[in-house]
Write a protein that binds this ligand. Structure first.
Ligand SMILES: [Zn+2]
Length: 104
C-alpha cells in the first residue's frame, strides 16, 4: 500500500523503498522479459534518461521525478514503449506518475 500525502513527487522516500521491496519478490527473468503491451522484446542495452526522453518524445511522458534517479530505461523494439525500473508494478508506479502530474 503506497500512500502519497503531498503533491510533491518524493521518489527516494519511504514509499519508494516499498516498491523496491516488492521488486525483490520478482525474479530477474520476470522483471525484464517481455513488453506488457505487445509482448515484444526489449532493446539489448538500457537507455540513459536523456536517450529515454528523446525516444519517448511524442507518445510517452517520462515523469520528472525519475530525472534525479540513477535509472535505466528499456524500450520495446516493437511498440517503442519505454520501461524503467519498477514499471512492472503498474499500480504503484502509476501513483507516482499521478503525483508527478499533480505537481506540474
Ligand atoms: Zn511493446
Amino acid at each position: 500500500m503506497i500512500i502519497m500525502g503531498g503533491k510533491k513527487c518524493k521518489v527516494g522516500s519511504a514509499s519508494w523503498q516499498v516498491i523496491e521491496t516488492f521488486q525483490l519478490k520478482i525474479s530477474e527473468e520476470q522483471l525484464m522479459s517481455r513488453c506488457t503491451k505487445c509482448n515484444g522484446r526489449f532493446i539489448q542495452k538500457p537507455l540513459s534518461i536523456e536517450e529515454a526522453v528523446a525516444a519517448s518524445r511524442g507518445f510517452q511522458v517520462i515523469p520528472d521525478c525519475l530525472f534525479n534517479q540513477d535509472m535505466e530505461f528499456w524500450q520495446c523494439v516493437d511498440c517503442r514503449q519505454l520501461y524503467w525500473e519498477g514499471t512492472q508494478y503498474q499500480n504503484a508506479v502509476q501513483r507516482f506518475v499521478n503525483v508527478c502530474k499533480l505537481s506540474d
